[in-house]
Design a protein around this ligand. Sequence first.
Ligand code: S3P
Length: 432
Amino acid sequence: MLATKTERIVKPALNIAGSLRLPGDKSISHRYALLSALASGTTKLTNFSTGADCASSLGCSAAVGATVTRKDDGIIEIVGTGALQASAAPLDCGNSGSTMRMLTGLLAATPHTYTLIGDESLSRRPMERVRKPISQMGAEITLTDGHAPLTIRGGNLKAIDYTTSVPSAQVKTAVLLAGLQAEGTTVVRESVRTRDHGELALRAFGAQIERTTDSISIAGGQNLQAIEAAVPGDISSAAFFLCAAALFPGSNLVFDSLGLNPTRATLLDVLTALGAHIGVLNLEEKNGELVGTVQVNAPSTGLTGTTISGALSAQLIDELPVLAAIAPYTQNGIRIRDAKELRVKESDRIALVASNLRAMGAEVEEFEDGLDVPGGQTLHGAEINSGGDHRIAMAFSVAALKASGDTVINGAESAAISFPEFYELLDQVAER
Ligand code: S3P
């Protein structure tokens, strides 16, 4: 948990309206930052994520030899290393599980010893899921009680055929990054299809990847080439505004250049099922990623209700906190199951969503793998404990918009992990 420093008061809103262009997707930015370190040439990225997490990935790429320059016009240039360099200092992954897990795959073939560290929250998160496959491939990895600090000494890697133990795009990408540097063809299988930005980014940087319905294969020994790319707007950041707009009959919110990768856009289907009107225009493909304009309008009769379970829970994992936070305002409530992974994110998101909903006066039932949030409830402003978790701080800022009275978000600054502009943009689109 990050230290709780800043509180922020969020006042109720009357409506949500406006148009937004959001900073680049966090998952894509991480992958471009890490792949560019291995690639030959200079990668040029516009609309790179402004979150602290992706700055951790850029910092780690720089620490292993990439030259990272932030230009005045916001473009980030990354000159590849040729060969990853040793780092005397530990590689600081900050709050970012994506950085730590994917970096483990990136470094796996390098004959140096690195120590990967993170903040208090990251140092509690499970790393065995990445240690297991990458050490099977031939790297030596030690953990501290299953967690960071993680040390890795890379070596000559052999390809593996690996089925991930939990649905995790971070682990899948780590294995593919190691596979790119291994002898033979590495295969990754997953029971639920997780976000495929790793596969698409590897292709964009020139690697060949084969996909079947249940496997992804990558041959070792391929070289990557630098790219020029504009990172699509982050749909998981948009999620807070999409859910906010869905609550207010008469709302009208438009997002330009939003990432609409089908493995990430499930929230749009859920909001549609809840009764919101979602329009998608100007679809284009950029470096394999779908990008488009999205318009959301709330239903005049209020949102209905739904159950989210099975594969849907894995696909919506980052959007579940905000869906749960608006669930009391729906007619029939939202039931979430098969989402045990929420307990090992930046915080125990099931426990924190439940306690914060209760603080606002809601009835909610907590399960090991989810929550039942009945609909038809009214909430009042309260003190929210973000637990230093960006998505909890932002989810409850959205719940606050339809509550009576003011809400205080403790640890509000954690939003900057993924979305530093969040409160400013919220004030811009919330009519009060
Ligand atoms: C991410 C994958 C998900 C997600 C995280 C970003 C990624 O984590 O929750 O915010 O970029 O691959 P897991 O791989 O742990 O499911």
